[in-house]
Design a protein around this ligand. Structure first.
Ligand SMILES: [Zn+2]
Length: 161
């Protein structure tokens, strides 16, 4: 992998945010979203500090960028993160249309530090053991499962994404 000089700076920025966050009641994770015109939006892990299980650094950086740019579509933006994104952060990056992701430490480094999300990765693999958290498709005639989509379909003012 080759990261141009600016990229290395942004990765260092994410790593420094992660390190500082440890001393600020947060987890050891930091991330920055960089727009094509060079704007930088930071995020740090606030899971325990905010009692928010979804407050991973990458998600926080994406939320901050999207709110500031007033756009849910971050196409063209690059995400730099101190550690390999977990499945939630990968999915959030995909929904945000992030163009590219660079990470420093990997999932094995994280596991050694006590942050083991290997079981979450495995959860999404085909024929994986779903005993961790059963997700069941529920279908009953009394449940109008297509009602929200029909409402969406008929909404002229909808914003597709
Ligand atoms: Zn994550």
């Amino acid at each position: 992998m080759s990261v141009h000089t600016n990229g290395q700076d942004y990765l260092s920025m994410a790593i420094n945010l992660a390190t500082e966050n440890v001393h600020n009641a947060g987890g050891p994770f930091g991330a920055v979203v960089v727009t094509p015109d060079g704007q930088v939006f930071e995020g740090v892990n606030r899971v325990t500090a905010s009692n928010d299980p979804s407050a991973h650094a990458e998600v926080v950086a994406i939320r901050t960028a999207a709110a500031a740019l007033e756009n849910f579509d971050l196409s063209g933006c690059v995400l730099y993160t101190s550690c390999e994104p977990c499945p939630m952060c990968l999915a959030t990056s995909l929904w945000a249309r992030i163009s590219k992701v660079y990470y420093a430490a990997d999932r094995h480094d994280a596991a050694k530090a006590g942050f083991d999300d290997a079981v979450f990765y495995e959860y999404f693999e085909e024929n994986s053991n779903r005993a961790l958290m059963p997700v069941q498709h529920f279908r009953d005639e009394a449940v109008e499962h297509l009602k929200p989509f029909e409402a969406w379909d008929h909404m002229d003012t909808r914003i597709d994404y």
